[in-house]
Design a protein around this ligand. Structure first.
Ligand SMILES: *Cc1c(COP(=O)(O)O)cnc(C)c1O
Length: 431
């Protein structure tokens, strides 16, 4: 598979080069030259396949020939060693739980897949790559965990000081080894701007091979399509009108779902649910794309004012608004609505949702009001314990702390403060 830049001013590259570069030299996001088709028989017999087989068949066309079959199987075996249960919480409403991985957020799959791909590419090489990543919360932990100890890869994580939860901060600052964390005096947007600037900085490029582990990287982005295939396997007999509601920030996860659909997965609609960072819902209402500065919310992994992957979604529909509108609905919700949803879900179903999942639930309910015959799956993207203060205060209950989280709670945080791009650059060049 070749990948081209969405800005069309850079050469096509193979999967390996797309992963190592992260972003194309013309600053465009990489996109697969075609969307591979899974045959109808794949979906007819999907309930007889295990996750590993599903994942192997779906990912193989994207990574060939750079990753041979056996290596791909090994990579996937390492990535998919936990479950993705679909939990029915109401009639026609299921939660797809994506938080059973090591950092209890859905980004574990993408981060581990990318780490293992880079590990494979650099296994016999003296060269090394520096992974630079901005996080509003969960990416950092998943990347830190996924890349820990991978030879040939150094990871530098930027996060907004004081704007991530204590658990999230511990997950990205306590591991050591090849993982370093920088706490930025600013917002997530400031972190992301610094990272983008670093990728375009000639001085840095001369000295370092830099890549991104944000969902702009194809190895982070594409394996997320597997969630939808796993869910389809478990829900296909429930209804012919399956819809997915995805709590969205940078729109990588939902875009991967839309790729799964394009590969042949039968489903009716995608719903992009956001918090008050409503650039996309507003676009779907007005046809005008107006990025804005991000606002802080209780679903902080979605505090994104200019979602980086939305350009991929538009491209998937050849930039046709009419075509996109038929397959994507979008709604935005306030923090108060989110808290009410957490309370309502708990009262009705005794299910505890995290603030991101609750936004997904609200999106699904809004859509089902108009489409009562649909069967809805909302993605539960983080374990509620990762947002323990919000959830406990809203519900008045105490959450049990899972082992994955207990492990990091006692460890000491290590990070360096920075407040400007120049400090980031000095830091990177010093290493
Ligand atoms: C990253 C994240 C999201 C948003 O995913 P995107 O792919 O950026 O849209 C939603 N929920 C949680 C918990 C996350 O960590």
């Amino acid at each position: 598979m070749k990948f081209y830049s969405l800005n069309k001013q850079a050469p096509e590259v193979s999967f390996k080069e797309a992963v190592i570069r992260g972003i194309a030299p013309d600053k465009g996001l990489y996109f697969p030259e075609y969307i591979p088709q899974l045959p109808e028989a794949f979906f007819e017999t999907i309930d007889q396949k295990d996750s590993l087989t599903i994942a192997y068949e779906a990912m193989k066309p994207f990574v060939q020939p750079d990753i041979p079959d056996e290596a791909l199987k090994d990579i996937l075996r390492g990535v998919l060693d936990f479950d993705f249960p679909l939990v029915e919480i109401e009639e026609k409403v299921s939660a797809l739980e994506l938080f059973h991985g090591p950092t209890m957020a859905f980004k574990d799959v993408g981060a581990r897949f990318m780490a293992r791909c880079l590990g494979y590419f650099f296994k016999d090489s003296e060269a090394s790559v520096t992974v630079l990543v901005a996080t509003s919360g969960d990416t950092g932990g998943a990347v830190a965990n996924g890349f820990l100890g991978v030879k040939g890869v150094n990871v530098v994580i930027l996060y907004p000081d004081g704007k991530v939860s204590d658990i999230q901060e511990r997950q990205l600052t306590t591991l050591g080894q090849n993982i370093s964390a920088l706490r930025v005096d600013g917002t997530f947007d400031d972190c992301q701007d610094m990272v983008k600037r670093a990728f375009l900085d000639e001085d840095l490029r001369k000295n370092l091979q830099l890549t991104s582990a944000n969902s702009i990287n194809v190895a982070r982005w594409l394996p997320q399509l597997l969630y939808y295939l796993f869910a389809y396997k478990n829900a296909k007999t429930k209804s012919s009108k399956l819809v997915f509601s995805v709590p969205s920030g940078n729109f990588g996860n939902i875009c991967a779902g839309m790729v799964a659909r394009r590969m042949g997965m039968p489903c009716d609609q995608f719903i992009a649910a956001t918090n008050i960072n409503d650039t996309v819902p507003e676009f779907m209402r007005t046809k005008a794309y107006r990025p804005k500065p991000s606002s802080q919310t209780i679903s902080n992994a979605m505090d994104v004012g200019d979602p980086s992957n939305f350009v991929r979604i538009r491209h998937l529909y050849n930039d046709s608004f009419d075509a996109l509108e038929k397959e994507l609905s979008s709604y935005a919700f306030t923090d108060d609505m989110t808290r009410n949803a957490i309370a309502e879900i708990h009262a009705n179903s005794a299910y505890i949702a995290d603030p991101h999942g609750a936004v997904g639930y609200l999106g699904l309910k809004a859509y089902q009001k108009e489409h009562p015959d649909s069967y809805g799956i909302f993605l539960e993207t983080a374990h509620p314990v990762k947002f323990i203060d919000v959830v406990e205060n809203t519900l008045g209950v105490k959450l049990e702390i899972p082992v994955q989280i207990k492990q990091v709670m006692g460890k000491e945080k290590h990070s360096e403060p920075i407040s400007s791009y120049d400090q980031l650059k000095t830091y990177l060049l010093r290493r």
